[in-house]
Design a protein around this ligand. Structure first.
Ligand code: OAD
Length: 232
């Protein structure tokens, strides 16, 4: 396998071994919450306290988790890959950055970012939002929301992602259940562009059959092995 242009898509499964809960399945984040109570614009306008509490807790928890071998392997790939590379994550944690990834897009937003509903600024953010701090950009009070793409909203950076998929010759999906579009459809776009498509996941995803190759196991083992093959 000698690709020139690689697109990697990651989901919650890559952070599971760092102790960040996935969304679906037993112990999943959605088990204890109704999606429509914490992950829609309507939920935020109906009950901002509940939504802020949910994301403030997840943001605070980032201080307690560390990147695992899979994040670090992708960081190494980023440092050593001479061709095109785009790592697209659906995750809102910061473990890819801390694992060394630079050519990275957060298509579903970031916990460590806030967005102002008054001026639309997107601001790096470390602390809580529940106490309604003013926007550092425009000064508006109580208008900051978590910079997370909720259900019914448009993911970020789709133009750049579409362009990268159109010229990819290797597409790798890691730790994602294939249940949420548009990310679940990237494999189709990559295939249409002629890319070889590999899925790395603990179990077959909903879209496994669309890949040329599926490797089952833990991301912390499968990702370093694949990166070794690529940079060898
Ligand atoms: P899911 O929770 O739906 O799926 C996680 C996937 O990771 C499953 O297929 C697991 O089998 C797999 N997995 C778990 N542990 C693993 C491990 N150690 N190694 C490899 N794979 C493992 O998470 P996502 O597919 O990321 O969106 O969910 C997609 C989107 O749905 C999220 O970004 C979020 C959610 O609603 C928004 O909030 C907008």
């Amino acid at each position: 396998m000698k690709p020139r242009s690689i697109v990697v898509l990651t989901g919650a499964g890559i952070s599971a071994e760092s102790g960040v809960p996935t969304f679906r399945g037993p112990d999943g984040l959605w088990e204890g919450h109704r999606v429509e109570d914490v992950a829609t614009p309507e939920a935020f306008f109906r009950n901002p306290d509940r939504v802020h509490a949910f994301y403030d807790a997840r943001r605070a928890r980032l201080a307690e988790v560390e990147p695992n071998a899979a994040h670090k392997a992708l960081g190494m790939l980023d440092a050593r890959w001479p061709g095109d590379l785009l790592i697209v994550t659906q995750n809102v944690d910061d473990l890819h950055e801390r694992g060394g990834a630079r050519r990275l897009l957060h298509m579903h937003g970031r916990l460590k970012s806030a967005r102002c509903l008054a001026c639309d600024a997107r601001l790096d953010w470390e602390g809580p939002l529940a106490h309604r701090p003013p926007c550092p950009a425009c000064g508006a009070a109580g208008r900051l929301r978590p910079d997370i793409v909720w259900f019914g909203e448009m993911p970020y950076d789709m133009d750049r992602i579409d362009r990268a998929l159109a010229r990819a010759d290797l597409f790798v999906a890691i730790g994602t259940s294939g249940q949420v579009y548009p990310a679940a459809g990237f494999v189709e776009d990559a295939r249409a562009a002629g890319a070889y498509c590999i899925e790395l996941n603990l179990e077959p995803s909903d879209v496994s059959f669309r890949f040329h190759e599926c490797r089952l196991g833990r991301a912390s083992e499968l990702v370093p092995a694949l990166v070794d093959e690529l940079v060898a």
